[in-house]
Design a protein around this ligand. Structure first.
Ligand code: HEC
Length: 147
């Protein structure tokens, strides 16, 4: 009777410990090992952006980006923000159309909301859902037009 219980708890505990191992401890020195899009739940990845951007909502997203993202991802989304350079963080160059091509809107939403790889803080506590969707649109727009 004890055996199945043990196996079950091992199964439950294993993914947790894996995640803890994957999180780099001093984020300033160790680059994150794996691109963590693989840890994004499938149902989150397949979410469709419900937001129709307006000039106002994009202007607001741009403003929030300036406060919360530009120090790492750069004002123009090129990944060369001061903090990223200083901490040697590797981020994609959003101005390159290939950079986010493989990511769905849902995956980008998930990363902005929850953060990534222990190196990027999430917006969950400070931005509304629709604001995050507008940021997804903004982040994609870096590859389309000069900001
Ligand atoms: C402290 C630095 C930091 C801040 C602030 C930050 N990010 Fe990131 N972000 C990163 C790093 C580092 C990665 C790459 C993580 C990885 O690959 O494991 C990343 C990944 C991403 C990705 C996925 C594509 C990629 O490069 O892997 C998107 C999209 C993104 N960030 C958008 C944003 C937005 C929008 C904001 C502001 C709301 C933001 N980030 C704030 C550091 C940051």
């Amino acid at each position: 009777m004890l055996m199945p219980l043990f196996v079950l708890s091992a199964l439950l505990l294993f993914p947790l410990s894996l995640q803890q191992l994957a999180a780099p401890a001093p984020s300033s020195t160790i680059p994150s090992a794996a691109p963590s899009t693989s840890t994004i739940p499938a149902e989150a990845a397949s979410m469709v952006n419900p937001v129709k951007p307006t000039t106002e909502s994009q202007a607001y997203a741009r403003k929030m980006y300036g406060y919360d993202c530009a120090m790492c991802h750069g004002d123009k989304g090129d990944g060369k923000g001061d903090l990223a350079v200083e901490q040697k963080l590797t981020t994609k160059n959003f101005t390159d159309p290939a950079a986010l091509k493989a990511m769905t809107d849902g995956q980008i939403f998930y990363v902005i909301k929850n953060g990534e790889g222990g190196q990027m803080p999430g917006e969950a506590d400070r931005a509304k859902t629709n604001d995050i969707w507008n940021m997804v649109i903004l982040v994609r727009s870096f590859a389309k037009k000069p900001m």
